[in-house]
Design a protein around this ligand. Structure first.
Ligand SMILES: C[S@@+](CC[C@H](N)C(=O)[O-])C[C@H]1O[C@@H](n2cnc3c(N)ncnc32)[C@H](O)[C@@H]1O
Length: 216
């Protein structure tokens, strides 16, 4: 369940008069996803549909299968929607590296993950070099890029990390298809693909795709 609260307070102003009171909206919104709580910059990214965060967190955890002690990478991580449950799942003996270009989103993520020393938050654009810099021994990668997708170079670098699972959350099916093609060309199979109607009454559909290394 999701409880969003916009923190608003009326500004001091003239009483009476006919003019409507001006309301100053504070910069952050507090929200909950199950027993996880987040604060998100009012100008930053957050899933639009009120049930989307919980649905996507469940889908990502089921697909990434993070275990205590494992190493997980969360790319395009925003305010930490997936980073927080992934960090909880790998525990203090594990490690989550999250990469996000928007420094205000990372600032929120730092607050949201202040109790999770196993999470390392990187303020950076996701590039092939950044992915290569994450090193080896990655068990699972979660990525949730913007509509343009991750692109050939990033997808190729991801497959070279050889994670056991790549979980791709996508808001643009065409960009997803292009990126899946790259992964398939580099030894991965699409083992699950689920559509979510997170933008009802529009043609938009959110997808979660799972890639696993081809066994033969
Ligand atoms: C679809 S949102 C997903 C955020 C988060 N996973 C969530 O569900 O709340 C995409 C995120 O990618 C970030 N982003 C866009 N381009 C990026 C890039 N080149 N490198 C890293 N992050 C980027 C955006 O700032 C945004 O937070």
């Amino acid at each position: 369940s999701l409880a969003a609260r916009r923190e608003a307070r009326p500004r001091r102003g003239r009483r009476g008069g006919g003019a409507p009171a001006r309301v100053a909206v504070r910069e952050r919104v507090a929200t909950a996803v199950g027993d996880l709580s987040y604060r998100v910059d009012a100008t930053g990214f957050w899933q639009v549909h009120r049930d989307a965060p919980a649905a996507l967190v469940d889908a990502v955890l089921a697909a990434a299968r993070p275990e205590p002690g494992q190493r997980v990478v969360d790319l395009y991580s925003g305010a930490g929607l997936f980073t927080l449950p992934l960090a909880r799942a790998v525990g203090e003996g594990g490690r989550v590296d999250a990469v996000e270009v928007n420094d205000r989103a990372v600032k929120d993520a730092r607050r949201n993950l202040h109790d999770s020393p196993q999470a390392t938050l990187h303020v950076a654009g996701v590039t092939a070099a950044v992915v290569e810099g994450l090193g080896s021994g990655v068990d699972a990668v979660v990525l949730d890029p913007p509509r343009s997708g991750a692109g050939t170079q990033v997808m190729t670098a991801l497959t070279e990390l050889r994670p056991g699972r790549i979980v791709y959350v996508a808001c643009d099916p065409a960009a997803l298809a292009r990126d899946l093609r790259t992964a398939v060309d580099h030894g991965y199979d699409v083992t699950a693909l689920t559509g979510y109607d997170l933008f009802p009454h529009t043609h938009h559909v959110e997808c979660v795709a799972v890639l696993e290394p081809r066994s033969s």
